[in-house]
Design a protein around this ligand. Structure first.
Ligand code: AMP
Length: 116
């Protein structure tokens, strides 16, 4: 169910433009508007779920699917050799700014650990 005031729901509905690079029946992937690495893609479930914390047992298959899509995109973007990071910021304190669950895929530069 789309949420009216959700930025990513509006992107999914095509109301706000985005550089979509992948779409299937459960998810959409588009390039982050404020890329933090040469490759920075967001994988978003078509269904509105606020955060990882809001995902329930019923979402288990969907969560696995999002990670599989993340790996597929990393592969297509040429990151398999160099490595990449899949990140789910959860809650304001961890840097979540859009409250529609999403997986960041970052790569194409050295990624430090621990992250800030
Ligand atoms: P987070 O801070 O983990 O919630 O991630 C939200 C991400 O959405 C940030 O990296 C933003 O740069 C990105 N973002 C915000 N608005 C847009 C947009 N219109 N198109 C693509 N990415 C966006």
């Amino acid at each position: 169910m789309a949420e009216q005031n959700c930025l990513f729901c509006r992107i999914l509905e095509g109301e706000i433009p985005a550089e979509v690079i992948y779409r299937d029946d459960r998810s959409v992937a588009f390039r982050d508007i404020n890329a933090q690495a040469p490759v920075h893609v967001l994988i978003v479930p078509s269904e509105h779920i606020e955060s990882l914390d809001e995902a329930s047992q019923r979402d288990e298959a969907l969560l696995g699917h999002l990670l599989r899509v993340a790996a597929r995109i990393a592969n297509e973007e040429g990151l398999t050799e160099s490595g990449y990071r899949a990140v789910i910021n959860t809650g304001e304190g961890a840097g979540q700014s859009v409250f529609h669950l999403h997986v960041h895929v970052l790569g194409g530069r050295p990624l430090n650990w621990p992250p800030g």
